[in-house]
Design a protein around this ligand. Structure first.
Ligand code: FPP
Length: 227
């Protein structure tokens, strides 16, 4: 591989555009989400060859409960199937699963599957962090409460109480589908992250797109407020 100026260790993605992808093809939204899972699977396989330590994906926000019940059910069923079908591959490929968000509030069978998957992948070298029932403001309030309980309301203490506490600092945040907003995702963690907004709809997002994003990142000059 070519020498890069700086390597991204932690990339997070707001996977957006499943619905529009399906609509453009005259297909049900559920198919868009299914194809979205396919895109996730291919990307997870690319984490190791691309030299990433952590990939964080926004799969279900605390606001997504407002979607029609059918769609919420579809997404939850996709999650069940994804964990079941891909867990052996995570284990074989040394991928550690991490869940961020209030995931204990999901259906009991999903919580159980996730607990099992977390346990079985705990020793993995690279991390796939999946945001489930996640909202960044809620995460910050929770962290602030915990920090205050410890009588230590500092940046460092708050950082330690975020769901992301043992993940590397966020280097790059990508959103697909042409929307330019953060939608309550990693607001604190993105303070110094580079951002990339691409028009590609999530089901069309491939490892090649991620590689292009990493190449773009490698060229950027990050100053963290200095000069
Ligand atoms: C945005 O598309 C996508 C979501 C709300 C869910 C993302 C979920 C997946 C890709 C599948 C589940 C993930 C895993 C890890 C199994 P949208 O429906 O908001 O699209 P639209 O804005 O075009 O309507």
């Amino acid at each position: 591989m070519e020498e890069q100026d700086q390597r991204a260790r932690h990339v997070a993605i707001i996977m957006d555009g499943n619905g529009r992808w399906a609509k453009r093809k005259g297909l049900p939204r559920a198919i868009g989400h299914q194809r979205g899972v396919e895109a996730v699977r291919k990307l997870v396989r690319a984490v190791e060859p691309m030299g990433l330590d952590c990939l964080t994906l926004y799969a279900f926000s605390s606001e997504n409960w407002r979607r029609p019940e059918d769609e919420v059910d579809d997404l939850m069923n996709l999650m069940r199937r994804f964990i079941k079908s891909d867990l052996p591959e995570f284990i074989a490929n040394d991928v550690r699963l991490k869940i961020i968000g209030d995931w204990q509030g999901l259906a009991p069978d999903i919580v159980e599957m996730l607990e099992d998957a977390l346990e079985q992948t705990a020793k993995g070298a690279r991390t796939l962090a999946v945001a489930l029932n996640y909202g960044s403001r809620q995460e910050i309030v929770r962290a602030a409460r915990l920090a205050a309980e410890g009588q230590e309301l500092t940046e460092e203490a708050l950082d330690r109480h975020l769901y992301t506490n043992e993940l590397p600092p966020l280097d790059l945040l990508i959103r697909t589908s042409g929307e330019v907003r953060l939608s309550n995702f990693l607001l604190w963690q993105a303070a110094y992250a580079e951002m990339l907004f691409v028009d590609t709809l999530w089901p069309d997002f491939t490892p090649e797109h991620l590689q292009a994003a990493l190449d773009d990142f490698a060229q950027r000059e990050r100053r963290f407020g200095g000069r």
